[in-house]
Structures are given as C-alpha cells and as structure tokens.
Design a protein around this ligand. Structure first.
Ligand code: ZN
Length: 214
C-alpha cells in the first residue's frame, strides 16, 4: 500500500482549491502487514520539513503579491532583482525568493533619492521563528549545549537548521535581551526600590544562567 500526501491551496475567501506543487510525500508499506506500523521518526521529520517548506513558501509568495504597488500612491513598484532569504523554523530551514524593488518616485526628494527597498527583510526583521528560539532556550537550560542540539535534531527536521555555535549565540542574544528587559522594568519602578543592589542581582542572575551552560 501507498499513502500519498499532496499539497493543495485554498483561498480563505473562496471554496476553490488549487493544486499546489503536487505530491509532498509517499509512504509505502507492505500490503496487509503491521510490521512497520505508522510513520518512522525519519519519515516524520522529512514530512514535516516538506509541509513547512511548502507552507512558508506559499505564505511568502502570496504576501509578496500584495507588495507590488506603492502604499502611498498606488503606482507599480519597479523590480530590481531578487535575493534568497533563509528562514529558520522548528520544522527546518526554508529558503525563499525575496525580490528587491526601487522605491516609488512619489517618495523621491532632493534629500532622499530613489533607493532599493527589500519588502520581506523590512517585515521579517528576524529570520528565526520565536518557537525555535523558545525550544533552543528551554533545552539549553536543562542540558549541555551539545546534547540539547543533538536532541532537537533527533526529533525535529533541524539537520541544517541549528548548530552548536548557533545555539550558543542564540542563548547569549536571549540573555542580552533579558538583561535589557530587566533594566527597563527596574527603570519603571519607584527610585527607592530600583536601587543599585536590585540591578546588580538581576544582571548577575542573567549572566550566570548563561555561563552555567557554556
Ligand atoms: Zn508612490
């Protein structure tokens, strides 16, 4: 027997279904046999990666189709070229085509000449999904970085999506962000509470939590 998994797209405003890029995966098993029951881990990872790549590509493609005209005057934007953008998600790394366009003439002044606009980069300022960062931070808090990376790669299709050095950088970035959040929260407190000791204790806690796992 064969289980054929296909991708089809439907517009949210209509019932029509469009063919996507066809077959995503074919799972083959012996007829009338329970020897290989269900999806294996490898098949599951591959399937999730393919579904994610298909979904992310289509979402980006449809979003870009609404970015072809100037939002101020409605004129068509002139295409310059296309670049590749890599997005890292819990279900793998997805590379999408990201066009660059010339800014509209209505924005041009003596001080601001025509410039190149990269709509996708402007909107997706971070190339990693919050879920992937969350999982990396969560498991790095419980395990050494090397083991946390290996464990995530074993259960999710992250072969090329994460690395030991990448995880270390992610945790350091998150710790810095946490530092900044704590500083901001302390600054909002009444002066009597936000004394130097509180600042120091919070800062040390954030630093130590990352150093312990290096
Ligand atoms: Zn314009």
């Amino acid at each position: 027997m064969r289980l054929i998994i296909e991708a089809r797209l439907a517009d949210e405003d209509s019932d029509s279904v469009n063919d996507g890029d066809g077959v995503l995966a074919v799972v083959e098993r012996r007829d009338r046999s329970l020897a290989e029951l269900g999806l294996t881990l490898v098949e599951g990872r591959l399937l999730l990666a393919k579904v994610q790549a298909e979904l992310v590509s289509k979402q980006v493609e449809w979003w870009l189709s609404g970015q072809t005209h100037c939002q101020r005057c409605g004129a068509a934007m002139r295409h310059k070229d296309s670049r590749s953008t890599v997005l890292r998600t819990v279900y793998g790394k997805v590379t999408v085509k990201s066009p660059r366009v010339w800014s509209c003439v209505c924005e041009r002044t003596v001080q601001t000449p025509q410039r190149v606009v990269h709509p996708l980069s402007k909107t997706l300022t971070r190339r990693v999904t919050p879920e992937l960062e969350y999982l990396q931070a969560k498991w790095a808090a419980h395990l050494p970085y090397r083991q946390a990376t290996a464990m995530l790669k074993e259960v999710l299709p992250l072969d090329k999506g994460i690395s030991l050095s990448g995880l270390r950088d992610t945790i350091h970035t998150l710790a810095k962000r946490l530092d900044a959040d704590i500083e901001r929260d302390i600054a909002k407190l009444p002066q009597a509470v936000a004394d130097v000791q509180v600042r120091t204790r919070s800062w040390r806690w954030a630093r130590q939590s990352t150093r312990r796992r290096r």
